[in-house]
Design a protein around this ligand. Structure first.
Ligand SMILES: [Zn+2]
Length: 415
């Protein structure tokens, strides 16, 4: 039997379902935001599995968690896989969790097959991929590869004023004896298994996507500053009404961007001050999430946001900030090839696919040869309690992951 044939579909599925009970919410979803007690509990469960499988466990100072299956030449750079255990507040059972659980199952299958491998195979659970509690996301992978200083990440606070640093200290207290490893250890290649979060694979009835790249994104914050005033006594010409002006800006932005091909423009968050029914609002802050596969168009669109805000405010003042920018990236051609080849060997249809959503594999692609394996999402739904992938596809993706990891774990070539 090949290692991929040792993937146990029942264990894989029941592990995913057990993990989904931690932070379970109504409708079958999961609320397990980064560095919360629920996310700590999810880490504990994965550690229990990993130790039972005979993997070693370690953590770095950014709160990334690693499980290692040692190879015969452990001094070589490791093959790494994994994803994230945190979810959106109204997230599903599969986003992120799948990549970690499938990685653990792949390691277990390789152990059971008794087939040797040279390189260590590491499974990682990155800290705060989603960015819903601490914005922006992908903090763990950014810290690991060094694109952002850890001090900047630690200083980020959630809505209640709790910092990443405080929660990382709690995490240390929670797992006081865990082995410590450093950030930025050399990695041979990184392969992340993930649900597609879009409709393409399902609509074409193809179980495996070999991901070619990730589209670029700009995350912005727009603040409109006016003056608080009495809703009954203040005439319009004396008002500086932040809600009135912000709503006009948002309407214009949707109008402009809905007409540009392939752009994804979203205002997903509004904070209003003082948010009281009988008071003209003094301040509105809203988010913009802007994505496009072509970086040049993305840069142009960012400029259009700034210009439109500037031209639309009248009595109020405005401030536009870009809090996260990531250009479109392409994954390593050799990694894409191996995913396609291993799918073929397993008799699983596979197509190349471009990712509309961001993933930790983006950060890793700046650091080492990287790639991703997608499995279908039912109705293309994600970041939603009804997110679902059927058991057959969950199994197929883990098989391809297992075979791909083993191929690279025995490879000596420069990628
Ligand atoms: Zn994810």
């Amino acid at each position: 039997m090949t290692p991929a044939e040792h993937i146990n579909t029942e264990r894989l599925w029941s592990n995913l379902m057990e993990l989904a009970e931690i932070g379970a919410i109504e409708g079958g979803g999961v609320n397990r935001q980064a560095l919360t007690p629920e996310e700590f509990a999810a880490r504990d469960l994965c550690i229990t599995w990993a130790e039972a499988y005979g993997l070693s466990v370690a953590a770095d100072e950014a709160g990334n968690l690693f499980f290692c299956l040692e190879g015969s030449e452990p001094e070589l750079p490791a093959v790494m896989t994994g994803s994230h255990l945190d979810t959106q507040p109204t997230g599903g059972k599969f986003d992120g969790a799948y990549g970690v659980v499938a990685g653990l199952e792949a390691a277990r299958a390789i152990i059971n097959s008794n087939i040797s491998h040279k390189r260590n195979i590491e499974i990682v659970a990155w800290m705060n991929e989603e960015g819903s509690r601490f914005a922006p996301g992908m903090m763990g992978s950014e810290a690991y590869v060094g694109v952002k200083p850890l001090a900047d990440i630690k200083a980020v606070k959630d809505k209640l004023g709790v910092s990443v640093e405080e929660e990382l200290l709690k995490l240390q207290d929670h797992l006081p004896t865990i082995k410590r490893v450093s950030l930025g250890r050399e990695v041979y290649c990184f392969i992340e298994a993930h649900i597609e979060q879009g409709p393409i694979l399902e609509s074409e009835d193809i179980p495996i996507g070999a991901v070619t790249g990730i589209q670029g994104v700009r995350r912005m914050r727009v603040k409109i500053m006016g003056d608080e005033a009495h809703a009954g006594t203040t005439p319009y010409h004396l008002r500086k009404d932040a809600i009135e002006e912000a709503s006009r800006i948002i309407e214009k932005l949707y109008n402009v961007f809905s007409k540009i091909k392939d752009i994804r423009f979203t205002v997903g968050m509004l904070n209003i001050e003082p948010n009281v029914p009988s008071v003209v609002s003094s301040e509105v802050e809203f988010s913009i999430d802007l994505r496009h596969p072509d970086t040049a168009i993305l840069i142009e669109c960012e400029g259009r946001v700034r210009k439109l805000v500037d031209q639309t405010v009248s009595q109020c003042s405005s401030e536009v900030r870009c809090i996260a920018e990531a250009d479109t990236i392409n994954f390593n051609e050799k990694v894409i090839d191996v995913i396609e080849t291993e799918s073929k060997k397993l008799d699983l249809p596979c197509r190349r696919i471009f990712s509309g959503a961001g993933h930790d594999a983006r950060q890793m692609s700046y650091f080492c040869p990287s790639g991703m394996i997608f499995v279908p999402s039912c109705n293309g739904v994600s970041h939603n309690v009804s997110e679902f992938t059927n058991q057959r596809d969950i199994f197929s993706g883990a098989q391809v992951l297992c075979a791909t990891l083993l191929e690279f774990a025995n490879s000596e070539n420069q990628l």
